[in-house]
Design a protein around this ligand. Structure first.
Ligand code: SF4
Length: 212
């Protein structure tokens, strides 16, 4: 089977497996909230981030509230997410930059978003695709691992993988493909022991049954 046909078959199967896929971080209509959740999700589960930010946004819903509260108070609430000193500093700085550099808004381009501390390409792509409808592939650890095993990407560098995936996937699939890689990576193609014998993609997967 040629790569194009194999890619199409994998996409079809992923649609069947995870029809309602979506970002596992909570999303509301406040872009700042998703930036905060995404920054907090580094080295922390999305479930924990969603719990913590529920409390955080009840008390401090707007970026201006973060500025009034200060780093220490933000840090006190986000402590369960880990690395709270660095993360509270990032969040305070993001709020300050929104006020001083971006007229109180979250900017709409990846390059501008990546000026925020704690925001790399992965988070920037998540923000533009989820909040601004700009197609982007979010390459996280699951996407790197699963797309690599499936032979859809070959690099170790997320920026390279992003380019490879953008080349072979239809643009309208970019955002959902990233979410489906997370779904499949959590449920079946886990880091240490992929369940190849139970995997609905195994007939298309060059790594099926191989040692990881
Ligand atoms: S066949 Fe195995 S390695 Fe390939 S996607 Fe499925 S679980 Fe992962």
């Amino acid at each position: 089977m040629r790569k194009k046909e194999r890619t199409e078959a994998i996409l079809r199967r992923l649609h069947e497996l995870y029809p309602e896929t979506q970002c596992t971080l909570d999303i509301d209509d406040n872009v700042f909230h998703l930036v905060v959740r995404a920054v907090l999700s580094a080295q922390c589960t999305d479930v924990r981030v969603n719990e913590v930010t529920k409390v955080l946004f009840e008390k401090y819903p707007e970026y201006t509230d973060f500025l009034s509260a200060g780093e220490e108070e933000i840090g006190r609430i986000i402590k369960p997410c880990g690395f709270w000193k660095a993360k509270s500093h990032y969040l305070y700085e993001i709020a300050r930059m929104m006020r001083d550099d971006f007229g109180g808004e979250i900017p709409k381009t990846q390059d501008e978003l990546m000026r925020f501390p704690g925001v790399g390409r992965k988070v920037a792509n998540l923000i533009v695709s989820e909040m601004f409808g700009i197609p982007a592939v979010v390459v996280d650890t699951h996407c790197m691992r699963v797309s690599g095993r499936l032979g859809l990407s070959s690099g170790k560098d997320p920026a390279v993988i992003e380019k490879e995936l953008m080349k072979i996937l239809p643009e309208e699939e970019w955002a959902a493909f990233g979410h489906r890689m997370v779904d499949h990576g959590r449920a079946v193609c886990t880091a240490r022991s992929p369940k190849c014998s139970d995997c609905a993609l195994s007939e298309y997967c060059p790594s099926s049954g191989k040692k990881v």
